[in-house]
Design a protein. Structure first.
Length: 349
């Protein structure tokens, strides 16, 4: 599990030292404060390590990690060059990332400058690589985009971040054989009850929702909010989301109504309870409050949690962190939802 991330001069961050929980990590802040950038930076390093692990071993493998990490950062952030990810200021700037894990063999530190184009410099090389692919959910669902997306992405220029391609690859993985763990089966049952059926991938590469008693429904006909849940069901069913894995979810509340947000919150804490380290970025007070309610329940009280608040300043974003959301001053920035309710109640009185 990832324990710590130290950032210097990455995009909107001058410097940041962030500690993570083994369970749920919630990054909170307004638009433009760098929530997604933290997810993408960590995901890029983990994903590059996993992709290199599938190739030749030894020194050749670690050498390939330099170019693969740079490539992943550029393709995930979708920047013109690697150096564009360094924080903008006059003159040459150096950007660095340091990641610390509970397994010290995975620890690494890397950097690049504003002039870098295609390779990072590792100040600390990991002794081993990641064995399992991390999972990244972008703000939109991908099941309707899935047919032929990966092959088209790899042969043409498409204005999509590489997280789309990576997640589509995982969505297309075959289902696990044999019985699932009770945690996976419980999560899958919860999702399928909400969907009203199970997710099916046909031989032509199209996803359907097999509705109980009605047969297959084309995925574009399913509500977008439900399609997000269907993605989670597919990845649990094929083992891509599993214990000791990493899951990054950018704005889980996007395009969901409050009823579905309640379910998404339960899925999030249930995944953490099942042993998955989960990172979400949000500016939804509704989702945040529901997570807090669930975490206070006896069923999820053992789930470790970390709340990370991002505060915009004139020249960079400041990071604050705590084990409970109420300790963050960032929460006051999200209180517009409450203020609107107060204004509405005054108008209707």
């Amino acid at each position: 599990m990832l324990k710590r991330l130290v950032i210097e001069n990455l995009t909107v961050f001058k410097d940041a030292d962030i500690e993570f929980a083994d369970g749920l990590n919630v990054i909170i802040g307004e638009n433009g404060t760098g929530k997604s950038h933290i997810l993408k930076a960590v995901y890029s390093v983990l994903s590059a390590s996993c992709e290199v692990s599938k190739k030749a071993g030894g020194q050749e493998q670690l050498s390939a990690l330099r170019s693969k990490t740079a490539e992943k950062l550029v393709n995930v952030f979708r920047s013109d060059t690697l150096g564009r990810l360094a924080r903008r200021r006059q003159g040459r700037a150096h950007c660095s990332l340091s990641l610390e894990f509970d397994d010290a063999g995975l620890d690494c530190a890397l950097g690049f400058s504003t002039l870098s184009r295609s390779e990072v410099r590792f100040e600390k090389m990991p002794a081993k690589t990641q064995s399992a692919a991390p999972v990244f959910f972008p703000t939109r669902e991908l099941l309707t985009l899935y047919p032929n997306f990966v092959s088209f992405y790899e042969s043409h220029y498409l204005p999509f971040e590489e997280t789309y391609r990576d997640t589509c690859l995982l969505l297309g993985a075959p289902a696990l054989k044999g019985p699932k763990s009770w945690e996976a089966q419980a999560l899958l049952s919860l999702l399928e009850d909400a969907l009203g059926g199970r997710v099916v991938l046909d031989a032509q590469g199209r996803f359907y929702l097999n509705v109980r008693g009605s047969g297959n429904m084309e995925m574009p006909l399913v509500a977008e909010g439900l399609r997000k849940l269907a993605m989670a069901a597919q990845l649990i069913g094929n083992g891509s989301l599993r214990s000791k894995g990493y899951f990054f979810w950018d704005e889980p509340e996007c395009n969901l109504n409050p009823k579905l947000i309640l379910l998404v919150a339960r899925i999030i804490v249930s995944l953490c309870k099942a042993g998955i380290q989960l990172f979400i970025a949000t500016h939804s007070l509704f989702l945040l409050r529901e997570l807090e309610i669930l975490l206070s329940d006896k069923e999820f009280s053992a789930v470790s949690r970390r709340f990370i608040g991002l505060i915009p300043q004139e020249d960079s974003t400041i990071v604050e962190q705590a084990d409970d959301a109420e300790s963050l001053s960032t929460i006051t920035m999200l209180d517009e939802e409450i203020a609107q309710s107060d204004r509405y109640l005054k108008e209707v009185d």
